[in-house]
Design a protein. Structure first.
Lengths: 477, 398
């Protein structure tokens, strides 16, 4: 029996479904509205696939004006709205409810402006993360945040969730790379925050919209920083005989004043799964592996690697393997970035996203192992070690309700442990529906009430992406 | 001891601060929050209220060098934080401006003032502003509740980010009691390429080329003739391990050969220069002039200045030209001219230094749309419904 509750749908809205669909049909072109059940089912879940609810209807506007028209209609009709990019949320951030419409932004998929002199791009919300980097790669630029789902996930969703990725150790997460947003507020008004110049005046709207998980407005356009890529980049594999050695090595590298571009951790089960999938040349006979990426000119990379290798040697590193070609580097990253997909081929899993202070990583890894073992479940660990953002993949069988219950319970224990060690419930996947009931572990009632009051300043009736982020009022009901 | 109701409140700890705010709420008494007083010239003049100082809320709560994170109480002098970081070869990444040269007053920059003003410096061009390094904040809201947002880990997306909302809000939303920053290792070495005698368009072009290069430029500024030398100078900073800086200096010199790049400042010479840029030393005198901070696309910086014409009494570029520090005469007509000249370029102008009368008479911050003003009011009310904190400091009536 799945653990996450949904509020009961509003019967009055369900009863008016046909009117609501007709109202939307008057605003949207025929191919911009999905009302049949089979079509709606395609939007009933996201990457948290254990939970699904078919929405009332799906609106696929082609323009900002159509988004605004849909929002005005929903305001007048009193209908809740769940915005959706590519539906890759791992926390259920895009899962609808039966009495809400999905507002899909996939048709807003144009790159509006690329300005290399001022180093920014202005794109519509449905543009994929990777498409931005691809558009400027020939000129040597890139967009820094690189979530594993970057091939599919959209910039609108990235803004909603404040997405991270492997390379944010050096370049920051979405909020550090986002300089402007156009959004449609819950009442249909179009608002613009920030812009292509630094330090937008007034309150930091970008800071609160980014990672707000939708309720502050429907993001329709984003202006993002473009960064010139370094001369070269090289990932290096470091294999260790113990997980503790590998995690202590991470803390030691940072303590030595070295901030590599990326520092990724994989344990033995994760290495085996990813190697089998990507043939990246990962060492199979080690207990844990770090992928450390350095960048710069040849001599620079060599000098930095020498320092890192010296630290690794004092932490019992057994295997050091440098990428010797661009193709090899691509394989190494392909293995890491396909970790979730590759794991999905061997088992069902839930992916946790807690962050712990890096000095507590060895302890946290031990605790993850103990927690999963106590439920009789296997776990593969693959995560962003440099910033303490753990991703234990808890393996289970989705067809076994008992296992699903145990996996979810183990996951929640892992997150409580992350908070107890001074960390956070979520480093980059967001709260969504998955973790909302744990928010009270991390925040006091006063903290949560303050956040809700800010939310209400944007969306007084909580119509946008409702029943996410905050614990449901009065428990499940 | 004389109990004087007009005396400054100075809570010794969070509990006392909460009680004072709660009392102010009951008595419907506005509070004018100050830290070390070195940045009191920022924003609109206070609309009265009882002074509340954070100076006794002092001390580093923790500094974890291996995690590159530091938490300090809001009244902690920045110098105390910097000394602690120095001892471990670390720094606040964003190189916060010290406003004392500009305001010519005393005071002591504090952690809270830094967070409340989002104070950053030349390294902003590569690592962002204070808000990009501020990962946790504890504030007391207008109901006297202590509100925690963020935390001590650099990746944290749980809940709404009230950290950034309070950063740069000039204390209008809440009384900051604690701030947590992510840190960076202090670079082992730095070097600055100097290019002389470029006109403004060429200076911006050189900075744009450098910032678009793969060499990781962490400072890009251009000074006008008369600022230290009789000719213009364009500066590009590189930081990191010695071998890396050497390599990148040579590579960048080569790629900027067409601009006549050949001179390099090292070590203390480089550090001194960037401190002057950071603290806007070149516009500190004459004192009566108004000083503006302009945010604009670098590609439009020169056009903006051309439109403004002789009202620009002195100026220099930071952030590759995307930030212009500008001095004008302190008059409403000059303020109107600055904003009018900026309008076609897009961007924003903040009046950083001016007599109180001028700051009360003209918009200190770039005026925002009616919708954003309404949203600002609602967010203010969400934190501080009775408008206790720093009334009118950002916008009249808020």
């Amino acid at each position: 029996m799945p653990q996450i509750a949904f509020p009961p749908p509003d019967p009055a809205i369900l009863a008016r479904r046909e009117d609501i669909v007709a109202g939307l049909a008057a605003i949207l072109p025929a191919d911009g509205l999905i009302a049949d059940l089979a079509g709606r089912r395609a939007f009933e879940t996201d990457a948290l696939t254990a939970y699904r609810r078919p929405p009332l209807a799906v609106a696929l506007p082609r323009s900002v004006e159509e988004v605004a028209a849909v929002m005005r209609f929903c305001r007048d009709a009193g209908v809740n709205v769940v915005p959706r990019g590519a539906g890759t949320s791992l926390s259920g951030g895009a899962i609808p409810q039966e009495d809400a419409i999905v507002l899909g932004l996939s048709k807003l998929n144009r790159i509006l402006e690329v300005n290399l002199a001022d180093r920014y791009a202005r794109v519509q919300a449905g543009v994929t993360n990777l498409a931005i980097s691809e558009a400027v790669a020939a000129d040597g630029f890139f967009y820094a945040p690189d979530p594993s789902s970057q091939l599919a996930c959209t910039i609108g969703g990235n803004v909603g969730m404040n997405s991270g990725g492997a390379h944010c150790l050096k370049y920051g997460v979405t909020v550090n790379n986002l300089i402007g947003v156009k959004l449609v507020a819950v009442d249909g008004e179009i608002l613009e925050f920030g812009g292509p110049q630094p330090d937008a005046p007034g309150l930091d709207w970008l800071g609160v919209v980014c990672g707000g998980e939708g309720p502050l407005g429907v993001v329709v356009e984003a202006t993002v920083k473009l960064i010139r890529a370094a001369e070269g980049a090289r990932p290096v594999l470091f294999g260790f005989d113990s997980c503790a050695d590998a995690s202590r090595c991470v803390a030691a590298i940072i303590a030595a004043g070295i901030v590599p571009v990326a520092m990724e951790y994989m344990d033995k089960p994760a290495i085996a799964i990813c190697e089998n999938f990507a043939k990246a040349g990962y060492p199979l006979d080690v207990e844990a592996m770090l992928i450390v990426e350095v960048e710069g000119g040849e001599a620079e990379m060599a000098a930095e690697l020498e320092r890192i290798a010296a630290i690794a040697k004092t932490h019992g590193v057994r295997v050091i393997r440098e990428s010797m070609s661009a193709m090899e580097s691509a394989q190494i990253w392909k293995g890491r970035k396909s970790a979730f997909g590759a794991t999905g081929r061997v088992a069902d899993y839930i992916c946790m996203d807690g962050t712990v202070p890096t000095s507590r990583l060895p302890e946290a890894l031990d605790r993850v192992g103990e927690i999963c073992a106590s439920y009789g479940l296997r776990v593969a660990n693959v995560f962003h070690a440099g910033d303490g953002n753990m991703h234990p993949l808890i393996l289970y069988d989705v067809n076994d309700p008992e296992q699903q219950r145990k996996a979810e319970a183990a996951g929640m224990d892992v997150l409580r442990m992350s908070v107890a060690l001074g960390g956070s419930l979520t480093g980059e996947h967001g709260v969504g529906i998955e973790k909302r009931d744990l928010m009270s572990c991390q925040f006091s009632p006063a903290d949560l009430a303050q956040q809700k009051r800010v939310r209400a300043a944007f969306d007084p009736q909580a119509r946008l992406n409702p029943a996410k982020v905050f614990p449901l009022e009065g428990g499940a009901a | 001891m004389i109990l004087d109701a007009a005396a400054t409140l100075a809570p010794a700890d969070e509990q006392e601060a909460r009680a004072m705010v709660a009392e102010a709420k009951l008595g419907e008494e506005a509070l004018d929050i100050t830290g070390g007083g070195s940045r009191n010239g920022i924003g609109r003049p206070p609309e009265g209220g009882r002074r509340l100082s954070t100076v006794r809320l002092a001390g580093i709560v923790f500094h974890e060098p291996a995690e590159m994170v530091l938490r300090a109480r809001s009244g902690t002098p920045l110098s105390v934080v910097e000394a602690a970081l120095d001892a471990h070869g670390q720094m606040l990444p964003f190189e916060p401006i010290d406003h004392r040269l500009l305001y010519g007053g005393g005071g002591e920059p504090t952690v809270g003032g830094l967070a409340a003003t989002n104070a950053s410096g030349p390294r902003r061009v590569s690592v962002g502003a204070a808000r990009d390094s501020l990962i946790g904040l504890r504030v007391i809201n207008g109901s006297g509740e202590a509100i925690m947002s963020g935390g001590r880990v650099m990746k944290n997306v749980a809940g709404l980010d009230l950290v950034k909302l309070n950063c740069g809000a000039l204390g209008t939303l809440g009384l900051i009691v604690e701030a947590t920053f992510k840190l960076l290792p202090r670079p082992e070495c730095e070097a600055t390429i100097v290019i002389r005698r470029l006109d403004e368009a060429r200076a911006v072009a050189a900075m744009t080329a450098a910032l678009g290069s793969p060499y990781g430029v962490s400072g890009a500024a251009a000074l006008s003739p008369g600022m230290g030398r009789e000719f213009s100078r364009t500066f590009l900073r590189l930081e990191g391990f010695a071998a890396s800086v050497d390599h990148r200096v040579n590579a960048l010199l080569k790629s900027l050969a067409e601009f006549g790049a050949e001179r390099v400042l090292n070590g203390d010479d480089s550090r001194r220069l960037w401190r002057s840029v950071r603290d806007v030393e070149f516009l500190a005198e004459p004192r009566e002039r108004a000083v503006w901070r302009i945010g604009v696309r670098a590609s439009r910086a020169v056009d903006f200045l051309a439109r403004l014409g002789p009202r620009a009494r002195a100026h220099f570029f930071d952030c590759g030209g995307a930030i212009i520090w500008l001095a004008t005469d302190p008059t409403p007509a000059d303020a109107a001219a600055v904003r009018a000249a900026l309008a076609p370029s897009g961007g924003h102008a903040t009046l950083v230094r001016a007599p109180a009368a001028l700051r009360a008479a003209v918009d200190v911050f770039q005026p925002q749309s009616a919708s954003l003003m309404a949203l600002t009011r609602r967010v203010k009310a969400a934190f501080d419904p009775q408008r206790l904190f720093n009334r009118g400091r950002m916008y009249a009536g808020i």
